[in-house]
Design a protein around this ligand. Structure first.
Ligand code: MN
Length: 324
């Protein structure tokens, strides 16, 4: 019988510029242990082996750091997603850095090539760079650029080397029959506020739907969840990519690589993700960029745990099945 949920742990941080997000998934597990929760005992889970030892080597490509290693991780994530989606109706993913999301989306698209997949990107950042436009070279800022298959050469600032271009071209075509994974209209951004100029121009020209943080004060998290549901009413499946830096660091924590002011409140994030968890369309929820090395007393890990716990409760209620 199909399981209700599988938890996939992907402790890779090759795509981040700051060290420590590989410990993020464990920060969430430890937050559960601190509360004497038996959630992770009951939940079926699997850990994807990482390549973080590559971080000890010199950086070869400044326009896409560790791209060879990131591509290897993508292969592993896609393989695991394929397997987890065959045995479980919902997959929850705890990843290190956000570069993983391209491979998570690829896993879903390849498992369900005929289905329409909506992507909800909850993040302070747009992550729509390419090796041609990135100021940092960190691949976690390119995950949606790769999923859309967009170089954005109109805003080019780098000249990537041949191997980078080869690998990037591979990353752009991870969809069924080597196609791009998604189209601009398949995305909703929530909480964007720390965007580079190269990205801003692109987002407006692609006309991607965005929901500002200020909307949470105006209409409330429940209304926003409804708006997302309505936008994706003709879609079959939903993937939620939740970067914890979407939240306001003053309200949540600075335990993340690139915190940015004026984010979503923790209580609103909980309502939002909780509502998505109730949706019959939810196939996968991924939580990323928790960095306990930058944190005080594992605060972000604890917030991550409470968000995850609430989603799991709602998923199980919806499916009317116990965890084991
Ligand atoms: Mn981010």
């Amino acid at each position: 019988m199909e399981k209700a949920i599988e938890l996939v742990i992907n402790p890779s941080e090759l795509g981040a510029g700051t060290r420590g997000s590989a410990l993020g998934p464990y920060a969430v597990l430890y937050a559960g242990r601190k509360r004497n929760s038996s959630l992770f005992y009951k939940l079926s889970s699997v850990v994807i082996p990482n390549n973080n030892e590559l971080l000890d080597q010199p950086i070869n490509y400044l326009s896409a750091k560790r791209i060879n290693g990131v591509c290897e991780v993508y292969d592993k994530v896609m393989g695991q997603m394929k397997q987890s989606l065959s045995t479980s109706s919902t997959v929850l993913v705890l990843s290190g850095d956000h570069s993983s999301a391209t491979a998570t989306i690829a896993g879903i698209r390849n498992k369900y090539p005929e289905k329409k997949l909506g992507v909800v990107w909850v993040d302070a950042h747009a992550d729509i760079h390419s090796p041609y436009t990135t100021p940092s070279g960190n691949i976690h800022g390119m995950s949606l650029g790769a999923a859309l298959g967009i170089d954005n050469k109109n805003n080019q600032i780098n000249n990537p080397k041949e191997n980078v271009i080869k690998k990037w071209n591979w990353m752009k075509k991870l969809g069924p029959k080597s196609t791009h994974l998604i189209k601009p209209e398949d995305i909703i951004y929530i909480g964007l506020r720390d965007i580079e100029k190269q990205e801003e121009t692109l987002i407006s020209s692609l006309n991607i739907k965005t929901i500002e943080t200020s909307e949470f004060q105006k209409s409330g998290a429940l209304k926003i969840a409804e708006e997302v549901e309505h936008y994706f009413k003709d879609y079959d499946l939903l993937y939620i990519s939740f970067d914890v830096d979407s939240m306001d660091p003053m309200d949540s924590s600075f335990g993340t690589g690139t915190p940015f002011k004026n984010g979503i409140l923790v209580k609103d994030a909980k309502i939002l993700l909780g509502e998505f968890a109730k949706s019959e369309k939810l196939k996968c929820l991924e939580i990323v960029e928790i960095n306990p090395l930058l944190d005080t007393k594992n605060k972000m890990g604890e917030i991550g745990f409470s968000l995850l716990e609430n989603c799991i409760k709602n998923i199980l209620e919806k499916q009317k099945v116990p965890l084991n």
